[in-house]
Design a protein around this ligand. Structure first.
Ligand SMILES: Cc1cc2nc3c(=O)[nH]c(=O)nc-3n(C[C@H](O)[C@H](O)[C@H](O)COP(=O)(O)OP(=O)(O)OC[C@H]3O[C@@H](n4cnc5c(N)ncnc54)[C@H](O)[C@@H]3O)c2cc1C
Ligand code: FES
Ligand code: FES
Length: 1525
């Protein structure tokens, strides 16, 4: 191998050169090849000595045309980068089969691709010829912004490919496979609420068609036929081959070089191999729909998994049932048809003669179809033919791995192929970093800046990855010896299979399987290993407590000590440190399985509690083993925990206490719990925080273990609800798909116009745009202090680094240009003398590549003098640290300062302090921008992922000194925004513009996830200090409140957020006397900003907390209280807006109450709670109203549109709105098509840009459709008027091409502008005069929801059993899009109120800055039954028309309003907690702040375990984390 010459620059460390020197003999003797050879979407790729810093994702995204695989987080937590590895895997009997593994390309080392087939989203279909998965997700509305979609498609692709058995040619996929086996737990979507994705996936659910394949079909599949087909396929790929790097050898080249002959020859082997596809005893042994996977079995388990589930309501019956399985009479599902198509992807078909697998829908289509009915959408899909998929490349069957080595003087990669080679390598260079699945190592590289000089990929070493199961005989084996780097998915399978083989006896295997089921996401489990986990020695490892409890050991090999065995319990010596010899390699993990001695019983169990059930690291986990004699006396016991200290810890005191005790005696339990609380006497400031919760969990998990064991010994003695963990069924739900107001185009359920492109990965986001000539990439220099003076900044080390071109900071622009702000200019682009929050931008380095720029940015040296920092609202109030705001609302007695008397007149007065935390937007696409300067005239194209083209243009103009008419701010689409890109996107475009102007070169930047979370602000944390007065029967009389939002270091839109906050605290209730004061706190955290709801959800959460307090204080039913206080038409809000005829809340509540069967379910919940001690349920029904308009920012309530018709009748539509997944472009095209009387596909909106629409308001405040829709309508009306004579002349059926052409020939202007300003509104703060006060909002979008939850009292875990939402959206322009908004907003709200928690360190650093630490809802968090409907009729059952609205098509804005309804989950949980507290006789009023995390819920229950685990705060102790509300 030719290694590059050592670099000359002085910064290069010498250490790697030592590596090269010490390893040269080995390289020369063994590692002769520097080439990685693999297939990419069917094309052979040979990379010679590639960049050693690249992950697989870096390589894929560097290739032209392969931008569908996204970078969402870079830490394996979001799934946006999912690709599929098609590999040949070996079974223990040495037979092989082809498997499809979904993996995270962002973590996967490039070297790991060697010898495999990498399939990316582009490999499976495109818009012209989509894969059925892509088509169905698009057509069933499973893609909104689309940034998550390719990753989700690829996870499902792996699942459906693995569902096809090539030997029997049967396809078997059940709803359980889709939802409960964790195939989607590594993918996140922030837009859709997951429901439509699951529905699309379930259209593949099939019966096992084994019996349907006749023998003659089988015999038709002749070897020769297959070979010919493959040859054709490969030929076609040659034509299709896209340009790759010059270092890449396309298959075509290999083909010409004669490999094809080999391929053909090998094809026969393919089929002989597949015929050898012999499996262990079915791993389906314990499958059943709805099983929670509890070791020892779940109440829902059935003997076989046929895909038809007795417990599940939804999946089995039909697609219509899937779409609408819980239908009331009013609910009408969409009709789904499978199109019979012979044109499946034949270019890659290996077996055109294998019949397509019929799905349940396919069977349906033969049934008589009703005639299409107006108002009910019709959906058609192509059939899925598993036999027509991309094949395993023939030459790979022959592939034999060779030792590889590549790299340069800074970093070397090795890939040995035998254990001996590895041991020698380790001996020659002990600090060489072994890399298995890289799920720890790559995170260290990316986020902890670890730079390993030598990395060694071990997952291709047969001895390390292949577990030999021949040791396992029927009956008892002594132990299970797992190869150290066996992927966890495989370990899961082995555990299941061996457990079944050994008559379900070795409990340790079931316990391990259970831990692995909830270990990371599927993509992680497909590559990560036990060895990697053990060697990392993480104190929260999910497997180490169990392995220690089970007495497992590892086998290690090294050159110096050859082979030895180390018990795992002796391994962990300090935080993430083991006593493994430096040159040692873990080769096996030995897990004892031996049968307990006669007349003894052994129990082994494992538990885990995390913030989120799926894909989350543990807060506390545990492995327990107890050995009992025949008198139930404890002979031996191991009680081992993770999350209770710096290492995996065995509770020694508890062990000593238990040994010799009688297990079945409850005194034994009591003694053990007491000992446990001594074993884990955590301090209040324990690293990682949550001291009280951790201790409570330690006790609770043991408590559950004791009861589980006791239950298994004496089933009748124990209440089974103690031992059951939260159970989740297969989800189902409905949308009322019938729209009586459907018109020709408007009102139809048209899929998002980009949905298919998004599903195929062809939709382009900013970072997908082709690299520009001479382009450079920015890397940000960020403050590492929360508040400090900047003493010195030394950027010279950065400038000396490879690829770096320059650096800019505050000196690069005039002082007066270095300031910006959305409402008030109070924020510097570059820190000026001081930094005000951790992460503030100090400067920017730019370089040839992103990796170089980021490394260089880290090399800039900054000296600080620290200053005191304020992080929390409490501290800001104490220090009087506020921005000027001063808005308040007075109504009734407050106007004349009579609130004291108003309260004196009340029967009861309640007071409280309530807090709600912020929320990270977690749009899947982080902020990105690309600036292209035009040297000729100083103009610039500014591509940005922004909701706000105008502000981007304004500030780029400011920093460059170029007038706005030369700045074209453009955005095609965003990968989600939710308010987070309304203002906070602006500075990044400006920084790039400064550099672009300086260098005269294009500049690009895409923030890393952690940067994005640190820098760009979140939803405001808010605190309310409130006082409410009521009559004794619960009539609201007076409300006085101070509301404080945590703005962060600058104002951004915090004042406006507070405005909306105080104008929504009434929610839907009439309060005669109100005094509300808003305060905007200035602190040293990032600048908080707009987020879907804009302060309203926080306010309504306060209202409902106040209502709960009143109901509890007065002991009256909360539903009665709500109804009693609802607004009536003619009432006035605290901002003097009259409640008018558009008031539908009472009707919504009435209708939802009936359709959700609320009253009887509420009674059932009460019964359930009486009968269940350890599970509690809660249910609630809450209304919401949300004001539409930009409120008092009157100037923003305007919009423009520009419609151009070409002579062929096609239309180019521009408007000021931006597309972030919410379907605005689709709706605007529908409006235009309706107005112009042309088909939808005659209209095209390419992007939003300031060159087309001047002064466009940000797309925000749920008013995108209202404002832009009206502008579009006006422009179309002008155009239609001009075309009217031609329409009359040529008749109503004449095509637009004829009309447009005729008008063109007559010199008619075929371009028209539309402009609209929202009428009626114009409230002025302080106006309390009913006569003069203008409305603040144009109208109110209204809705209500019912949620029912179940809480695990022992852990704080919960599940949402069912949610029903009904919204008044007026006459929907596109119900499919509106349903998507409702479901997505609800799930986002659910996240806000239950699991999303931002935490800071005491130093002011945001600690939760990635999907690993910040949890948004995943697939398994959505309501198990999720029904959504729209209000159609009034209280008397007459159809509503909303003609009074004067909005576009009488529709209502819907983006934000449903988000608050996620709070129904919070308040239902509050009810469940209340029930538990009543049982525990806790008398104190319940204070439950938002989010209702598992920690808060568990501690609020107030049982003896919580009290026993109490952690007393000692003098001077601080919580490890700070929450800033
Ligand atoms: C998104 C995400 C989710 C995760 N979720 C969980 C979770 O739920 N529970 C949990 O416990 N962990 C979790 N982890 C952590 C990680 O996945 C596990 O620790 C995993 O088991 C590591 O295995 P690996 O093969 O990927 O290790 P690698 O990252 O490849 O290596 C980790 C360490 O092990 C060493 N090593 C690897 N193989 C050997 C060997 N044969 N001999 C000696 N040393 C070796 C490496 O040198 C390195 O120091 C998660 C990680 C990510 C990124
Ligand atoms: S980008 Fe790879 S998992 Fe998020
Ligand atoms: S569609 Fe899933 S993140 Fe936007």
């Amino acid at each position: 191998m030719n290694l590059p010459k050592p670099p000359k620059s002085h910064w290069e460390s010498l250490r790697p050169r030592h590596a090269v020197e010490s390893l040269t003999p080995l390289i020369e003797s063994t590692y002769s090849s520097p080439d990685i050879t693999f297939y990419l979407n069917g094309i052979k790729v040979v990379l010679s000595n590639p960049n050693p810093h690249w992950t697989l994702l870096d390589f894929i995204r560097s290739q032209h045309g392969l931008k569908g695989t996204k970078l969402g987080c870079g830490e394996g937590g979001c799934g946006a980068c999912t690709v599929v590895l098609q590999t040949r895997s070996w079974r223990e009997d040495r037979t092989s089969k082809i498997t499809h593994l979904a993996i995270n390309a962002c973590l996967f080392p490039l070297v790991g691709a060697d010898g495999k087939h990498v399939i990316t989203i582009e490999g499976i279909g495109n818009v012209a010829n989509p894969h059925p998965l892509q088509e169905r997700i698009a057509k069933l509305h499973g893609s909104q912004c689309g940034f998550c979609t390719p990753g989700i498609v690829m996870s499902l692709y792996a699942l459906i490919r693995n569902s096809y058995d090539t030997v029997t040619q049967t396809f078997h996929l059940s709803s359980r496979d889709i939802e409960q086996e964790g195939h989607l737990d590594g993918n996140l979507c922030r837009c859709t609420g997951y429901k439509p994705i699951l529905q699309a996936a379930k259209t593949f659910v099939t019966e096992d068609l084994k019996a349907q394949l006749s023998d003659d079909i089988r015999t038709k599949i002749e070897k020769l036929d297959k070979i010919t087909t493959v040859a054709e396929a490969l030929e076609t790929r040659e034509v299709d081959s896209r340009p790759l790097d010059t270092s890449v050898t396309p298959l075509a080249t290999a083909w010409r070089a004669g490999e094809m002959g080999e391929s053909l020859q090998k094809m026969s082997e393919i089929y002989s191999h597949t015929e050898l596809d012999v499996l262990l005893p079915s791993d389906d042994g314990n499958r059943s729909n709805g099983s929670c996977g509890r070791p020892g079995g779940c109440c829902k388990d059935t003997p076989s998994d046929s895909g038809v589930t007795p417990c599940s309501k939804s999946p089995a019956e039909s697609p219509a049932a899937m779409l609408c399985s819980v239908l009331g009479e009013d609910h009408t599902p969409a009709k789904v048809k499978i199109k019979k198509e012979s044109d499946t992807n034949s270019t890659i078909s290996i077996s055109a003669n294998v019949p397509p697998v019929k799905s349940r829908e396919d069977a349906m289509k033969n049934q008589s179809q009703p005639h299409p009915q107006k108002g009910i959408p019709q959906v058609q899909f192509a059939e899925y033919a598993p036999g027509s998929e991309l094949i395993f490349p023939p030459t790979l069957w022959k592939y034999r791995p060779k030792p590889l080595c590549f790299g340069n003087e800074r970093k070397l990669w090795f890939r040995p192929t035998t254990l001996d080679q590895l041991v020698k390598l380790k001996s020659a260079y002990p600090s060489a970093k072994l890399v298995g699945g890289a799920s720890e190592v790559q995170v260290e590289v990316r986020f902890k800046n670890s730079d390993f000089a030598v990395s060694v990929y071990v997952s291709d070493i047969e001895e390390l990855k292949q577990t030999d199961l021949h040791q396992i005989k029927l009956g008892w084996a002594q132990e299970l010896q797992l190869a150290a780097n066996t992927p966890l998915t495989e370990v899961e399978r082995i555990c299941k299979a061996v457990y079944a083989k050994m008559d379900n006896k070795p409990m340790v295997l079931e316990a391990l399987r259970k831990q692995l089921r909830y270990f990371g996401g599927r993509q992680i489990r497909n590559v990560a290993s036990l060895a990697g986990n053990i060697a990392t020695a993480s104190p929260i490892s999910d497997v180490n407590p169990l392995l220690v409890a089970a007495g497992a050991s590892i086998v290690v090999r090294s050159q110096s000590k050859s082979e030895m065995q180390i018990p795992i319990k002796q391994l962990f010596i300090a935080y993430r440190t083991t006593n493994l010899p430096a040159d040692a390699v873990i080769t096996h993990i030995r897990i004892p399985l031996s049968a307990p001695a006669p007349r003894t019983r052994e129990f082994v169990k494992a538990y885990k509690q995390a913030k989120r059930k799926d894909d989350d690291i543990a807060i506390v986990n545990a492995g327990f083993r107890v050995l009992l004699d025949d008198g139930m006396e404890v002979m031996d016991v191991r009680v081992v925990y993770g999350g209770m200290g710096p290492t995996t810890i065995q509770a020694e005191r508890t062990r000593n206490v238990l040994i010799g005790k009688q297990w079945l005696n409850s005194e034994t339990l009591k003694l053990a719990l007491e000992a446990l609380s001594k074993d884990f006497d955590l301090s209040f400031s324990v690293p990682g925080g949550m001291a009280h919760y951790r201790r409570t969990l330690a006790l609770s998990l043991f408590f559950r273990f004791w009861h589980e064991v006791t239950h298994e010994l004496v089933p009748t003695r124990i209440d089974p609800t103690i031992t059951e963990e939260i159970h989740r069924d297969i989800s189902s739900g409905s949308r009322d798909d019938y729209n009586p107001n459907e018109q020709r185009v408007v009102g139809k359920q048209i899929p998002h116009l980009s949905a298919l492109k998004q599903c195929t990965g062809e939709a382009e986001y900013v970072d997908d745009m082709p690299r520009q000539d001479q382009e450079l990439i920015g890397g940000l220099v960020l403050s590492s202090k929360a508040h400090a003076k900047l003493l010195n900044i030394d950027w010279t080390p950065a400038l000396n680094m490879p690829g770096v071109v320059g650096y800019i900071d505050k000196h690069s622009i005039p002082k007066e240009a270095n300031i910006w702000g959305s409402v008030l200019k109070d924020e510097p682009f570059f820190a000026d003398n001081e930094v005000h929050f951790y992460g503030q931008v100090i400067g920017m380095v730019y370089a040839e590549t992103a990796l170089q720029a980021q490394a260089a940015a880290r090399a800039v040296k900054v000296d600080y003098e620290e200053l005191p920092a304020i992080l929390t609202i409490d501290k800001a109030i104490k220090a009087k640290s506020f921005f000027k705001h001063g808005k308040n609302l007075k109504k009734g007695a407050a106007i004349d300062f009579g609130m004291e008397k108003a309260f004196a007149d009340c029967d009861r007065v309640f007071e409280g302090r309530t807090r709600i935390g912020g929320q990270e937007h977690f749009y899947l696409e982080t902020n990105a921008s690309l600036v292209i300067p035009h040297v000729e005239d100083g103009s610039m194209e500014v591509w940005s992922s922004t909701q706000n083209c105008m502000e981007t243009q304004e500030f780029v103009s400011q920093v460059t000194g170029v007038p706005r008419n030369r700045i074209n701010a453009r955005v095609k689409r965003m990968g989600g925004a939710f308010g987070g890109k309304e203002s906070r996107s602006v500075p990044f475009a400006c920084l790039l513009a400064i550099a672009a102007k300086k260098e005269r070169r294009p500049m690009r930047l895409m923030l890393n996830r952690d940067e994005d979370m640190m820098l760009t602000g979140q939803r405001h944390p808010v605190q309310a200090r409130w006082k409410v007065g009521v009559s004794k029967d619960g009539k609201l009389l007076a409300l006085d409140a101070d509301l404080y939002d945590n703005a962060g270091f600058s104002q951004d839109m915090s004042g406006a957020v507070m405005d909306r906050c105080i104008t929504h605290i009434d929610n839907c209730y009439e309060i005669p006397n109100v005094h509300l004061r808003g305060h905007v706190c200035k602190t040293n955290i990032h600048s908080n900003t707009a987020y879907r709801g804009f302060g309203a959800p926080q306010a309504m959460y306060f209202t409902e907390t106040i209502m709960s307090n009143i109901a509890e204080g007065l002991k009256i039913d909360i539903d009665e209280l709500r109804l009693k206080n609802l607004y009536k038409p003619g009432n006035w809000t605290p901002f003097f807006q009259r409640i008018d005829e558009d008031w539908h809340i009472p009707t919504l509540l009435d209708q939802l109450r009936v359709s959700s069967d609320y009253d009887s379910r509420k009674a059932n919940v009460a019964r359930f709670n009486v009968n269940n001690k350890w599970k509690k349920r809660g249910i609630c029904l809450i209304p919401t109203k949300f004001g539409l308009s930009f409120a008092t920012a009157l100037h923003l309530n305007q919009a423009g549109a520009y419609v151009k018709m070409y002579a062929d009748g096609s239309v180019l539509l521009h408007h000021g709105g931006t597309e972030m997944g919410q379907g605005l472009y689709t709706k605007m095209c529908q409006v235009a098509a309706q107005e112009l009387g042309i088909p939808l596909d005659a209209i095209y909106t390419p992007e939003s840009q300031t060159y087309q629409i001047a002064n466009a308001s940000p797309t925000a405040a749920s008013s995108g459709s209202d404002l832009n829709g009206m502008a579009v309508k006006k422009a179309c009306k002008i155009l239609a008027e001009r075309l009217k004579p031609y329409r009359e002349k040529y008749g109503p059926d004449a095509p637009m091409s004829t009309i447009a052409h005729a008008a063109y020939l007559d010199r008619v202007n075929l371009a028209a502008n539309g402009f609209w300003q929202m009428p009626k509104i114009g409230y002025k703060w302080g106006d309390t005069d009913l006569e003069t006060a203008k409305p603040m909002y144009y109208y109110f979008t209204q809705g209500a929801a019912v949620s029912e939850v179940e809480l695990d009292v022992l852990t704080g875990d919960h599940t949402v059993l069912r949610t029903d939402i009904m919204m008044d959206v007026g006459q929907s322009i596109n119900p499919a899009i509106d349903y998507g908004q409702i479901e997505g907003a609800f799930v986002q709200g659910q996240g806000l109120f239950t699991m999303e928690e931002s935490l800071w360190t005491n130093k002011g650093e945001l600690a939760t800055r990635g999907p690993g630490t910040y949890k948004i809802p995943g697939f398994s968090d959505i309501p198990q039954v999720f029904n959504v409907s729209m209000l159609r009729n009034d209280g008397e059952g007459k159809p509503l028309t909303w003609k009074h609205l004067r909005s576009i098509q009488s529709s209502k804005g819907i983006g934000e309003p449903p988000l608050f309804l996620g709070a129904t989950v919070f308040f239902a949980l509050r009810e469940a907690v209340k029930a538990a507290r009543e049982m525990n006789m806790v008398k104190m009023p319940l204070v439950l702040d938002s989010p209702a995390t598992a920690e808060r819920l568990r501690l609020a229950v107030g049982d003896p375990l919580v009290n026993m685990a109490k952690v007393v705060k000692k003098e001077g102790e601080k919580n490890f984390f700070v929450s800033v509300a």
